[in-house]
Design a protein. Structure first.
Length: 170
């Protein structure tokens, strides 16, 4: 009876681990898509409204589709409490562990974006947004391809490892 329970637990553990890793790749692509949407909102608000940075942050925080970017609310709170925007942005991005875990090497580009917003005139900021849009667009394509590939691989691999563990226990 104990062997049967341990076999089922190992099998279930490997299956869920496979699903977890597959969903992690999908979440990476969704996060990059949210960053692309954020860049689009920033560009449009800068181009048509010429909003100052604190107001722009409130607009970003008020956008329902950007609720997954939790660092925005933290950054807005830091700016309202008197911290300079570039350091508030950097600290907010770096303190969001989930974001840092999912972004990997893209985190530095997101941090640099905060240093570029509000640092130059509107045309310069729009140019920076274009640059970051191109970078994150390439990253989004890469992450979507990986998501499709690994969404099928990891669950199957988890099942196979679960079966192998169950056989070893027998």
């Amino acid at each position: 009876m104990l062997k049967l329970v341990s076999m089922l637990l190992f099998f279930a553990g490997f299956v869920y681990a496979g699903r977890f890793f597959a969903l992690r790749h999908v979440k990476k692509a969704e996060l990059i898509g949210d960053i692309m949407l954020m860049l689009s909102v920033i560009k449009n608000r800068l181009r048509y409204d010429c909003l100052p940075v604190p107001v722009l942050l409130r607009v970003l925080c008020g956008t329902d589709k950007l609720k997954n970017l939790k660092f925005l609310a933290d950054c807005a709170e830091r700016v309202e409490s008197g911290e300079a925007f570039p350091s508030a942005w950097r600290n907010s991005v770096e303190s969001d562990r989930e974001l840092c875990g999912l972004l990997d090497n893209c985190k530095e580009h997101l941090v640099q974006l905060g240093g570029d917003i509000g640092a130059t005139d509107v045309e310069g900021q729009l140019g920076c947004c274009e640059y970051y849009e191109q970078f994150f667009e390439k990253e989004l394509v890469f992450r979507e391809e990986n998501g499709k590939k690994y969404a099928k691989l990891y669950p199957s691999l988890g099942v196979m490892l679960g079966i192998a563990a169950a056989i070893i226990i027998i």
